[in-house]
Design a protein around this ligand. Structure first.
Ligand SMILES: Nc1nc2c(ncn2[C@@H]2O[C@H](COP(=O)(O)OP(=O)(O)OP(=O)(O)O)[C@@H](O)[C@H]2O)c(=O)[nH]1
Length: 505
């Protein structure tokens, strides 16, 4: 039964565990995949945004390339661009390192040389550019987007560009904030120099992150998924994708804990709902195991008492309701029958004289002990064949044996139920007659003596017997004394002509 319960419990726990593990793996894989898809989508959106900004600048560049000396037109284009895109907080039109026009208009810097890192980078690169992010003098995190200006001969004239203020509301973070922030998921954007350009926690923007496997992976230009630990030591499921145009990386991630919390809740719910059914199953298993074990237990109990007289009967009464227990019971019944018949044979052999089939001395003693124990009075007849030596000498030992057997049969034929015939020596027999006194025993002895004398033995002819009689407890309470008295009576009979019956004094 214990085995059945253990098997059922371990199966239940095992199936819960494996189901949980499979679902956990599936959920984790699904979340990683979703985050990758989301990071890719936002990377492509960001790419599109930057590309469209560069295209707008390219258009403006075309417009003003032919009239870089026309300050009015430069101002008009700056205003138009600023109003058209709404993507840049300010637009600067710079000719050859000198600020020519801005929108919104900053009088103080018009005509002054440019000095911000983004603007200097644009001047140096002389190509459509998204600059490295940098901190402005006023402490703003800025990315400068620009397009070069060339005259009809291909001479470099400067560039037109715009600043994207990353910490302030702009089209880029408007795009990124559409992210669904449920359950602690969030995304962030890093530049190629590992600086955070966008993060739901504004104070993280502008900080540089090192030793982050996801950032290393995304900045290598790869897209993919990773299980990582974030800056707050929380295990996260991250999907990442690069923004090709700017060399930035976008990472979308969700805490592992909140990903699995729905599964944990579901598992607890499943366990709660399974418990009643499991209890019913356990009760069923218990009952079933009990019914299976019951015949085996009863057979085992009986196996411990196979030597008792009623064991066969008890074994037969065991209800073996299924095939295997029935087979076991049948085998045990066969075994017990064999055992008991052998025990019976051994007991018979141990109590019987092999030649005549009469009781032997050991058996006689135990029967006499029983009679004494029960206080049943009895008479002892000691019967001895007269001149038996002559029979042997005349007809041979085998004929002598036949005479002993015939005499036994004669004695038995005259016995009543309860009388005991024993052969105690070569040609000596003892007959125990319960509840007989000396007188009635004498009559029986006489009848026996006469019957023997009148019966012709095969080959040996006629024989006679002498009989000594004593009774318990009349002659003595001590059985040994009673035997001695019967011996004496027999001796007397032998010495007074044989073929006689004598009662002890
Ligand atoms: N055939 C046979 N003879 C036996 C057996 N046991 C003892 N005898 C013989 O029984 C005889 C007993 O002889 P005795 O003791 O001299 O007595 P008896 O010849 O009967 O003479 P009384 O008893 O004095 O009348 C011996 O010859 C034994 O060999 C037996 O199992 N089979």
């Amino acid at each position: 039964m214990l085995l059945a319960f253990s098997a059922a419990t371990s199966t239940l726990i095992g199936s819960f565990y494996s189901t949980y593990q499979v679902q956990k793996e599936q959920l984790t894989a699904f979340t990683l995949k979703s985050n990758l898809a989301y990071a890719q989508k936002l990377a492509s959106t960001t790419d599109n945004f930057l590309e469209s900004a560069l295209q707008q600048l390219a258009y403006s560049a075309k417009v003003i390339e032919q009239a870089t000396d026309d300050i009015k037109q430069l101002n008009n284009e700056a205003i138009r661009l600023n109003h058209q895109t709404n993507s840049f907080n300010s637009v600067v039109i710079n000719i050859d390192g000198i600020i020519a026009a801005t929108s919104p208009r900053f009088e103080k810097i018009i005509g002054k040389p440019i000095n911000s890192p983004g603007a200097l980078e644009a001047l140096k690169e002389k190509r459509p550019l998204v600059s490295h992010p940098y901190m402005s003098a006023a402490g703003n995190l800025i990315v400068f987007i620009s397009h070069p200006l060339f005259d009809s001969q291909g001479n470099y004239l400067g560039y037109i560009g715009g600043s994207l203020y990353l910490k302030e509301k702009n089209i880029l973070n408007a795009l990124l904030e559409q992210h669904y922030y449920e359950g602690g998921s969030y995304l962030y954007v890093v530049s190629s120099d590992k600086r955070i350009l966008y993060h739901p926690e504004p104070n993280r923007i502008g900080s540089v992150v090192t030793n982050n496997a996801v950032i290393d992976a995304v900045l290598s230009g790869e897209k993919g998924v990773l299980q990582v630990t974030n800056s707050k030591n929380k295990p996260m499921l991250a999907g990442y994708a690069p923004v090709t145009l700017s060399g930035w990386g976008i990472v979308a991630q969700r805490p592992l804990k909140s990903t699995l919390s729905s599964l944990d809740t579901l598992t607890v719910e499943v366990i709660k709902r399974t418990i009643p059914m499991a209890l019913v199953t356990f009760i069923f298993i218990g009952l079933f195991a009990h019914f299976i074990a019951r015949p085996l237990k009863r057979l085992a109990d009986n196996a411990n008492t196979l030597d008792t007289p009623k064991s066969l009967e008890k074994l037969k009464n065991v209800k073996s309701w299924y095939f295997e227990s029935h087979q076991l019971k049948t085998a045990m019944l066969k075994g017990v029958s064999l055992l008991q018949s052998q025990i019976g044979q051994l007991r018979h052999d141990a109590q019987t004289d092999p030649l005549t089939g009469a009781h032997n001395r050991r058996s006689l003693d135990s029967i006499v002990d029983c009679l004494i124990g029960e206080q049943t009075p009895f008479a002892i007849l000691e019967i001895d064949i007269d001149f038996f030596k002559r029979v042997n000498d005349t007809f041979g030992h085998d004929i002598g044996d036949e005479v002993l057997k015939s005499l036994t049969n004669i004695i038995k034929s005259l016995c009543r139920k309860g009388d005991i015939v024993a052969r105690t020596g070569g040609e000596e027999f003892i007959l125990i007659l319960p509840n007989e006194d000396s007188k009635s025993a004498f009559h029986i002895a006489q009848r026996l003596r006469n019957t023997v004398a009148d019966t012709q033995m095969q080959t040996a002819g006629f024989i006679t017997v002498s009989i000594g009689i004593a009774t318990w407890p009349h002659h003595s309470e001590d059985i040994e004394q009673v035997y001695k008295s019967a011996d004496k009576a027999l001796y007397y009979a032998k010495n007074h002509g044989r073929n006689r019956c004598c009662i002890a004094d």
